[in-house]
Design a protein around this ligand. Structure first.
Ligand SMILES: [Mn+2]
Length: 364
């Protein structure tokens, strides 16, 4: 049984209560991470913990930021490998379905990228440049965490290929204690809407061919729609819309309309998932509008900007917002040759990372 716990905004805790270390089975664990490994028995130099040792390990895991889900029967103690940034050991937690996982390394480097839009080759190249993927396309980022902020499909030639590359990288990263995680973008919503509703008339949608032509008009590619399987749909439909990682609020769109779905991270994400499960076209219409909103954190009225940023951070947590969706070139008016990296604005509390080309940005 797998339960989910959304990462909440918390003070970063680096195990300061006990001098930076958790004693487990007579050893000191100062480095914790997890991976979705298919491990039936502990690898060499690892050990399953039982009894008191297991309980102490479970308690230690629960105090850590970054615990993503929890349902363990066993805990395995994993020695820190050559890629470990800290000396010591890692803990992985075996879940009831036999996988090992749950605790990510809160000290690992954190990268973000957004709006890949079917540009599979450029995505791969950007990951190689960031040192997360080797030239043959495999994860080489070790324990690094990579969050992708939505819009995998449309515009570029191979959105489905991008999604499947993400699946491969997710597994490869997890196998070595790294992490690839994804948020929902408005283009995923539009693709699913085109799939579910096609040209069915929708009251309130001023678009002759309804969702199908609206999606196409905003860059939808027939090839993606044709290749979309139940597996892709299930993956998209389960994506979180918002996340707080290391006190940073990650979202796709620069809008406060996420808050219409719920007033904290968990509520927004479960509200969004519920909406994506329905086949009520009115719910989808509203969802598409909400996810497509933009520009909430910029403008001439600094009081409005302040209120929008504060509303998001107060409800969802974090001390800053990182978003994609609105490009620095088209929406922020920066000439392409002047885009050197992400743009910090709104009094320093918001970072826009869609440079109009794929930029992998290291945040931590
Ligand atoms: Mn977008």
């Amino acid at each position: 049984m797998r339960t989910s716990r959304t990462t909440k905004a918390r003070e970063p805790r680096h195990h300061q209560d006990d001098g930076g270390r958790h004693p487990i089975q007579g050893r000191h664990v100062s480095y914790l991470t997890g991976a979705l490994l298919n491990v039936r028995r502990p690898p060499r130099d690892h050990q399953w913990l039982t009894g008191d040792s297991r309980d102490r390990a479970v308690a230690a895991c629960h105090t850590l930021p970054g615990v993503d889900y929890w349902s363990s029967r066993s805990v395995v103690l994993v020695p820190g490998g050559p890629g470990a940034r800290w000396p010591g050991h890692r803990i992985s937690c075996r879940t009831d379905d036999g996988r090992v996982g749950a605790v990510t390394d809160p000290t690992a480097p954190l990268y973000v990228a957004a709006d890949i839009h079917g540009h599979r080759t450029e995505f791969g190249r950007a990951l190689v440049e960031a040192g997360l993927v080797d030239p043959s396309g495999h994860w080489c980022g070790g324990h690094a965490r990579l969050w992708l902020l939505g819009d995998y499909v449309d515009r570029g030639p191979d959105g489905i290929g991008v999604i499947e590359d993400i699946w491969t990288l997710t597994a490869e990263a997890a196998a070595v204690g790294g992490e690839v995680r994804c948020l929902l973008g408005n283009h995923e919503v539009q693709l699913l809407a085109a799939h579910h509703f096609g040209t069915t008339p929708v009251v309130g949608l001023d678009e002759p061919g309804c969702f199908r032509s609206g999606w196409a008009r905003f860059g939808g590619c027939d090839d993606d729609l044709r290749r979309l399987t139940d597996e892709h749909i299930a993956w998209i439909s389960a994506l979180p819309a918002v996340a707080v990682v290391d006190d940073i609020l990650l979202v796709h769109s620069d809008t406060v309309r996420y808050l219409e779905r719920g007033s904290d991270v968990e509520a927004v994400n479960s509200g969004m998932r519920t909406a994506l499960q329905t086949r009520d076209v009115n719910v989808w219409l509203e969802l598409a509008y909400q996810m497509s909103g933009r520009g909430a954190f910029r403008g001439d009225d600094s009081a409005d900007v302040e209120a929008a940023v504060s509303a998001m951070l107060d409800h969802l947590g974090g001390t800053e917002i990182v978003h994609g969706h609105s490009t620095l070139t088209k929406h922020f008016g920066i000439a392409p040759e002047d885009v050197k990296g992400p743009l910090r604005y709104a009094g320093g509390r918001v970072l826009a990372i869609d440079g109009g080309r794929i930029i992998v940005t290291r945040l931590r």
